[in-house]
Design a binder for this molecule. Structure first.
Ligand code: ATP
Ligand code: FE
Length: 336
């Protein structure tokens, strides 16, 4: 079995995965959403302090599995340096004390492998990663051959939901809240600009759309001296439709160039039901197999890290304690 640790942002999570069967033997996550919602976003120092409390608390529950462990795996990039450090420090200590090899896992590969938790891997696959920090299209040929073919120029898809929610005073994380508000609203009420719709390039941008929402909010505030609940619903619905339309326009271009046989959406924001339904339609029309993570594995979790670690273990892909470091960003466009 492998013990995996995830602490790249505001979720403290540990998992134990069976190497032979991919079965999840244990999985637990303590989220910090409530603590950060007060600030409208993740406060790194607070997040680190909460990991210090939560990680050992979960680890205590795993003690019975220690004798069966073959390796310790941990997310080391990308994420908040101060929170990654908490997980990596615990992983190093466990590796030393239990005399087990250490596996460093790329969190983004983890999101991709969330598709394969308790399952066999299906690769090659074209993947849309939509999370709090990333909006990317990745050609995933194998675990050691992944290539980023499109990215966002500024904000990410999930982040734009967080910011719209914050501007409307609705709380954090914004994705599920904006989605919920949107269900009660008229998506055609406000006309917002679809980002980069005139450009033939396949890339993303969300800061312009965010600013258009900001201006609309200011306009409503000036007119009404506050924002009526129905206007919030309508604005959320209109924003969500436009944010997803942007992705769909670019994906249609990609599918036109080369229709993928297998396509997946992963990352926290892949839970978005509007995005899921639009993609289901596109893939059906294109005869493409669509893969989705289970909703419980879309957001950050240690099970997906453990699933990657199983493959790395089989390849003897270990790292020496003195060589592991944390990286807040992965700058390379090719992940080996
Ligand atoms: P990264 O993986 O890029 O380092 P992260 O780990 O912080 O970033 P995730 O936990 O994968 O991000 O995803 C969190 C993001 O997903 C948040 O921005 C959140 O608002 C967004 N999100 C969650 N549910 C939804 C939803 N239903 N619709 C849109 N966005 C959503
Ligand atoms: Fe993530």
């Amino acid at each position: 079995m492998i013990l995996s640790i995830e602490s790249s942002c505001d979720d403290s999570s540990l998992a134990i995965t069976d190497i032979k069967t991919n079965k999840l033997i244990y999985h637990k996550k303590i989220s910090q959403e409530i603590q950060h919602s007060f600030y409208g976003g993740v406060v790194p120092e607070l997040a680190a302090r909460l990991h210090v409390e939560a990680l050992p608390k979960i680890l205590e529950e795993c003690k019975e599995y220690f004798p069966s462990l073959k390796a310790i795996a941990v997310t080391n990039a990308p994420g908040l340096s101060v929170t990654l450090t908490e997980g990596v420090t615990m992983a190093k200590a466990l590796s030393i004390s239990l005399n087990l090899p250490l596996i460093a896992v790329n969190h983004l590969k983890g999101h991709i492998y969330s598709l394969f938790i308790e399952k066999n891997e299906v690769l090659p696959m074209t993947v849309l990663l939509v999370s709090g920090g990333h909006t990317q299209i990745i050609e995933a040929n194998s675990l050691y051959d992944m290539k980023v073919i499109a990215s966002t120029m500024d904000d990410s898809f999930g982040e734009s939901f967080d910011k719209v929610s914050k501007m409307l005073g609705l709380g954090y994380p914004g994705g599920p809240i904006v989605q919920e508000y949107g269900l009660k609203g008229d998506e055609n009420r406000f006309e917002l600009p679809i980002p980069l719709s005139q450009s033939s390039k396949i890339e993303f941008s969300y800061s312009g759309l965010k600013n258009a929402v900001r201006m609309q909010i200011e306009k409503l505030e000036n007119q009404e001296g506050g924002i009526k609940e129905q206007n919030k619903y309508d604005l959320c619905a209109s924003f969500q439709k436009t944010a997803v339309l942007h992705i769909m326009q670019k994906l249609k271009k990609l599918f036109k160039q080369k229709t993928p046989k297998n396509f997946a959406i992963v990352g926290g924001a892949s839970a978005n039901i509007y995005l899921r339904s639009q993609l289901e339609e596109l893939c059906k029309k294109s005869n493409t197999n669509l893969y989705l993570s289970e909703l419980k594995y879309c957001a950050d979790n240690a099970a997906m890290i453990g699933r990657v670690a199983v493959e790395q273990y089989k390849q003897n892909d270990f790292i020496r304690i003195k060589d592991i470091d944390v990286q807040s960003r992965i700058k390379e466009l090719v992940w080996a």
